[in-house]
Design a protein around this ligand. Structure first.
Ligand SMILES: [Mn+2]
Length: 325
């Protein structure tokens, strides 16, 4: 259950299969590319895959062209390394493939939603899975960061710390980031591509969602919504709505911010994204709606209509804020 076991596996093995959670983000992809570069620098053979495409915001990363959409036929792998994945449900059902003869290895920094994997390096004190990969690199005695690992790992750190602004950002993290810059990462390209290259459709979605902004409980709670109609009108999807919850969070005085996103489909499902300023624990709100997460960032996806989700959410937030009525 530790990095030491992962080090042993890497030393002994020769051929490794790599993957990360579906609808992958900057840390999932960046960490996987970092592990890939690390293993190849040690003379190992690797195969990276994800059933979902790499999102456009990560197309600038070197090495993404090597990420396949499937596992090769006939090749045997000594282990299957999975980055940034807190739950079995975030992977396709048919994993691991029979071509993996060794253990399933988890490299992650989330609290587990459900435990899976044979060898688990899950370190919730790390700001990103990339930090776990950096620790692993040190354990393996690699003194020079492989050039190809620098940009992906730096990008993963930027992604999960919101550009070195979120809780957990420390001197150690900035020193780690500095070592990645020294190894060749680009300090401008990572945040620019992650946060500041939006399609016109996504910008329009932001505009529409901000028109739904409402505040409650004397400005302590702010909410925006994305209805199915808005997604259709702007030709956008759930990925484009990612991060919209940060806008209500910016409002001065807000302690809890939320985004309600109405999913496409016949049965009603509303995705609830929650963010906290100050010390409110939004994971408690998410849990009452069937989800979970961290103190400052949590979510749920109850199978109810968006209007019903709004009512349930308002009641849950009132309780979390200690508002009576
Ligand atoms: Mn992560």
């Amino acid at each position: 259950m530790s990095r030491a076991a992962v080090v042993e596996l890497i030393r002994k093995g020769q051929r490794f299969l790599l993957s990360c959670h579906t609808r992958p983000d900057g840390d999932a992809i960046g960490s996987m590319l970092g592990v890939d570069a690390l293993l190849r620098s040690l003379g190992k053979e690797t195969w990276m895959f994800n059933v979902d495409p790499v999102p456009p915001s990560l197309h600038f990363l070197p090495g993404i062209e090597r990420i396949e959409r499937a596992v090769p036929d006939g090749t045997k792998f000594d282990a299957f390394l999975i980055t940034d994945t807190a739950s079995r449900t975030l992977l396709p059902a048919n994993l691991p493939p029979t071509s993996v003869t060794g253990p399933v290895v988890i490299l992650d920094h989330h609290f587990a939603h459900d435990d899976f994997g044979d060898v688990i390096a899950r370190e919730p004190d790390a700001v990103a899975t990339a930090e776990v990969v950096m620790r692993l690199m040190k354990d393996l005695g690699v003194e020079r960061i492989p050039a190809e690992a620098a940009m992906p790992l730096y990008t993963a750190l930027v992604a999960d710390t919101g550009g070195f602004r979120y809780r957990g950002t420390s001197g150690d993290i900035l020193r780690m980031a500095a070592s990645l810059l020294d190894a060749g990462a680009d300090a401008v390209a990572a945040p620019k591509n992650l946060f500041e290259v939006w399609s016109a459709d996504r910008m329009r979605l932001l505009q529409l969602s901000l028109e739904t902004l409402e505040t409650h409980f004397e400005g302590r709670f702010a909410l925006v919504q994305v209805t199915q109609q808005m997604s259709v009108e702007t030709r956008t999807n759930e990925d484009d709505a990612e991060g919209l919850v940060n806008y209500p969070r910016m409002l001065a005085g807000v302690e809890v911010a939320a985004l309600l996103f109405q999913r496409a489909g016949d049965a009603p499902v509303t995705k609830v994204s929650l963010r906290a300023n100050h010390d409110v624990d939004v994971s408690t709100i998410a849990i009452t709606m069937g989800g979970g997460g961290h103190r400052a960032a949590a979510g749920a996806a109850p199978p109810i209509a968006i209007s019903a989700a709004r009512e349930t959410l308002l009641a849950a937030v009132a309780r979390a804020l200690g508002v009576t009525s």
